[in-house]
Write a protein that binds this ligand. Structure first.
Ligand code: 5GP
Length: 173
């Protein structure tokens, strides 16, 4: 097994997801909430988060491939699965795993705005600001981390570790 250190426990995740659920329930009262989960990394966060939101929600997913090395994202971004439901006039909440350089989110927002939603906001499980390249707004953040490559709770390294219930810093990457 690789050298890894737990940095966010599963109980801390669960507490934070409940808090975010309360904040989002208040923020989206009387709005037409449409969650867009970003596969693959945000599949667990999306599933946990929507169960803490107490307003009507529609849920759909996009899948985005970003071709870089296994531990870095790159500007070479490809949408390999689009949303299939109609979002026009609805209030989109993009649910992301990590915002790092911001390139993926910038691309996705530009793509979704063409579908004429009423609004687009972003909720990211982790905000990692140290390598930000583009100025994209992240409206709701689970946890901020300053550096390093992390896995678990949906996040992978070479497709491994997504099923770990906590978040770990992968030291040798
Ligand atoms: P960005 O386009 O903001 O640089 O990259 C965002 C994507 O890169 C995330 O959705 C995630 O898939 C991947 N990524 C960035 N940092 C990490 C990390 O520390 N761990 C993992 N597993 N993926 C990361």
């Amino acid at each position: 097994m690789r050298d890894m250190e737990e940095i966010i426990s599963s109980s801390d995740i669960s507490d934070r997801v409940k808090e975010l659920g309360k904040v989002l329930t208040r923020a989206y009262a009387n709005r037409r909430m449409f969650v867009v989960g970003v596969l693959n990394g945000a599949f667990i966060f999306t599933a946990d988060l929507v169960r803490q939101i107490k307003v009507p929600i529609e849920v759909d997913f996009v899948r985005i491939a970003s071709y870089g090395s296994e531990s870095t994202s790159s500007g070479n971004i490809n949408l390999t699965k689009d949303i299939e439901l109609d979002v026009s006039g609805k209030d989109i909440l993009i649910v992301e795993d990590i915002v790092d350089t911001g390139q993926t989110l910038y691309y996705l927002k530009k793509h979704l705005v063409k579908r004429n939603p009423a609004s687009i906001r972003v909720c990211s499980f982790i905000d990692k600001k140290e390598r930000r390249e583009v100025d994209v707004q992240v409206d709701y953040v689970g946890f901020e981390i300053s550096e390093g490559f992390v896995v678990g709770y949906g996040l992978d390294y070479a497709e491994q570790y997504r099923h770990y219930p906590a978040v770990y810093h992968l030291k040798s990457v």
